[in-house]
Write a protein that binds this ligand. Structure first.
Ligand code: ACM
Length: 633
């Protein structure tokens, strides 16, 4: 238990130059402290030119700041020390988690955890509302999310036990998969299906409906299930499982139909969920549970953000350094602590055996896993682990990423870069059967490669105007490597910058704003809509200071996620190029399960319904009433 505590206060200024941050360090131990340092990680970063008071800056790297106490200072038992700085690099803080997320005390040879408090702003008397997530209202007593395309039911009963008197092996197998899914998600709940006997019999027929579609006809003690293909069968069984689960788990709210029909099919082919496991690590079991949650919401693509500046999280046999060095950060590691857990070694990675097990689990639930290896930017961990990938003649600190990392891009002019990509992508292609490998390409810092003599040589020989054009040259070479491995290139919208890549087979996730969907489809790209303003799960849900989350893409109330229409003003001729939607779970701010559940739900389910349900069938009150019963991590 920590007996030290750091509290932070912001002066409320509205221009970054005028901001002032005051930190008070409390010594709750029985010993006086002298000659010590305090480190902390805060996404509200000190500007390079900031004026420090009451301390000496001893280290600054990305979000990590470390301050030494003045030489003569003694903080007695029960006493405190105040220090701080004026001027920040980026966003003016607007929420309680915009201050330190964790802190560490270096006292002689001891490395000790320091509690952190919320960032406060004393001048802010009204801290603003918390998120609006109403109780909602149902027209029909059915637990179904996402809502089907057409529901025509008019009589109901209490939760039945469904059984399968006569079925093919494939139908029985699908039933067992869904029964297992339900039992994992709700271990306390009673079963849904039986093979031997029950209250209502399922009669299956593969029939005249579209491939992923299904129809349910409720006829008293019989339910006829017509499905197009194995996906349609799976989705029909998930629908039935949800209906029974709702009626048995919350009988005061939900019942089960005995008469009428449900006809259903997905609106989009790509109903994605993404998880950043670099900023904070999620265990194999947590990832597997998120995949179960996705299957329950009929989502079908999991984008696994496996690498970033803050950690490389997949075993690559050709480069053990990537995980030996690049997967752990902390006081005694090569990688500097960031975000939470600064006082200890923190990290983790998935072995290839573990990753294959997750892939198999997802495939059983008809979920494709798209691995993301984020290049050429977001590569601080790679370049620390494999320093020979840096041009030795490049000026240090000559560019800085939006997350504060200096010179964090792979160099497109170094042959070893392509050897690295070749070997990594070959192993990744072997682990993940997806047709896509996502190569990131986001947020390459302005000015990257401009002081690298090798990159400047490439620029001249290839006639490349600047950073975006060098990036496009690099990505076109990466695209060839992927094609040699039988894979298509997926990436963030910046893949299109500087001339872009061959559009054939390419898929871009449009994240920076909703207008990128029509802009990129007009350029011939296939696009998934994931605008930060609606589908980024780490954005705050209200203006209230006490809401956790980030605000750089704006405030994203659950209703805004729900109401967003990815088609927007997309011309009819380009609609076929919109593959679907994706919820992105970036984890800088998400370092506890409580924060995960608060930020991700119900918005994740809003994206799931956005990907499945026709706009005409959506209902915000109904969504709110049902989403409270959906599973959390
Ligand atoms: C991103 O949010 N940098 C894709």
């Amino acid at each position: 238990m920590s007996l030290y505590r750091l509290e932070a206060e912001f002066n409320g200024a509205t221009t970054r130059e005028d901001t002032r941050f005051t930190y008070t360090f409390y010594n709750g131990s029985a010993q006086p402290l002298t000659g010590f340092r305090v480190g902390f990680s805060s996404m509200t970063r000190m500007a390079d030119e900031a004026v420090v008071f009451g301390a000496k800056l001893s280290k600054a790297y990305a979000n990590y700041h470390e301050f030494a106490a003045p030489d003569a200072l003694v903080v007695p038992a029960g006493g405190s020390w105040t220090f701080g700085f004026e001027s920040i690099e980026h966003h003016i803080p607007s929420h309680r988690l915009d201050g330190p997320k964790s802190a560490v005390l270096f006292n002689g040879d001891d490395v000790l955890e320091v509690q952190v408090g919320d960032l406060i702003c004393k001048d802010l008397k009204d801290t603003g509302p918390l998120r609006d997530y109403p109780q909602g209202q149902l027209d029909l007593p059915l637990m179904l999310q996402p809502w089907p395309s057409e529901v025509k039911v008019d009589a109901f009963c209490a939760a039945p036990r469904l059984f399968v008197p006569d079925a093919t092996a494939a139908e029985r197998g699908a039933m067992m998969r869904v029964a297992g899914l339900h039992a994992r998600l709700y271990p306390e709940a009673r079963e849904i299906f039986r093979l031997d006997d029950g209250d209502m019999a399922l009669q299956f027929a593969q029939g005249d409906v579209a491939k992923e579609a299904y129809e349910l006809s409720f006829e008293g003690k019989i339910i006829r299930v017509t499905y197009g293909d194995e996906l349609g069968l799976f989705y029909a069984l998930v629908t039935l499982a949800q209906l029974v689960h709702g009626a048995s788990h919350a009988p005061e709210t939900f019942q089960f139909p005995t008469s009428g029909t449900i006809s259903d099919a997905p609106r989009f082919g790509w109903r994605g969920g993404h998880l950043d496991v670099s900023r904070h690590f999620y265990t194999k079991d947590e990832v597997t549970r998120l995949i179960d949650i996705m299957a329950w919401a009929k989502m079908n693509v999991f984008q696994w953000h496996l690498t970033d500046d803050e950690g490389w999280r997949i075993e690559i046999q050709a480069y053990p350094e990537l995980t030996d060095i690049g997967s752990v950060r902390g006081p005694d590691c090569a990688m500097v602590g960031q975000y939470a857990h600064n006082a200890k070694r923190y990290g983790g990675y998935y072995t290839q055996v573990e990753a294959r097990a997750v892939v198999a689990h997802a495939a059983d639930l008809h979920i494709d896993i798209v691995p993301e290896i984020d290049i050429p930017g977001h590569c601080a961990a790679v370049l620390l682990a494999l320093p020979y990938l840096v041009d030795p003649d490049e000026q240090v600190n000559s560019s800085k990423s939006v997350q504060g990392y200096p010179n964090n891009a792979l160099n497109p002019a170094i042959p070893e870069t392509y050897e690295f990509i070749e070997k990594v992508m070959t192993e990744i292609a072997d682990i993940f059967p997806s047709p896509y490998i996502h190569v990131g390409a986001d947020e390459v810092a302005e000015g990257s490669w401009m002081t690298s003599p090798k990159a400047q040589g490439l620029r001249q020989s290839e006639g490349l105007a600047g950073t975006p054009e060098i990036q496009a040259y690099f990505l076109r070479r990466v695209q060839k490597i992927l094609r040699n491995n039988g894979k298509n290139l997926a990436g963030w919208d910046e893949v299109s910058h500087g001339g872009g890549v061959d559009q054939e087979g390419t898929l871009l996730i449009a994240w920076q704003n909703p207008d990128l969907v029509p802009a990129l489809t007009a350029q011939g790209y296939r696009v998934v809509a994931s605008p930060g303003q609606a589908y980024y799960m780490d954005m705050v849900q209200s203006t209230g200071w006490d809401e956790p989350g980030a605000q750089w893409a704006g405030v994203v109330p659950p209703k805004q996620s729900y109401d967003f229409d990815p088609e927007g003003d997309l011309p009819a001729a380009d609609r076929g190029a919109l593959a679907g939607v994706q919820a992105c779970i970036w984890t800088e701010h998400i370092f506890t399960r409580g924060l995960f559940n608060h930020l991700v739900f119900p918005r994740f389910y809003a994206v799931a319904e956005g990907g499945w349900t026709p706009m005409s069938q959506k209902s915000w009150p109904r969504f709110c009433a049902i989403s409270r019963h959906m599973p959390q991590l």
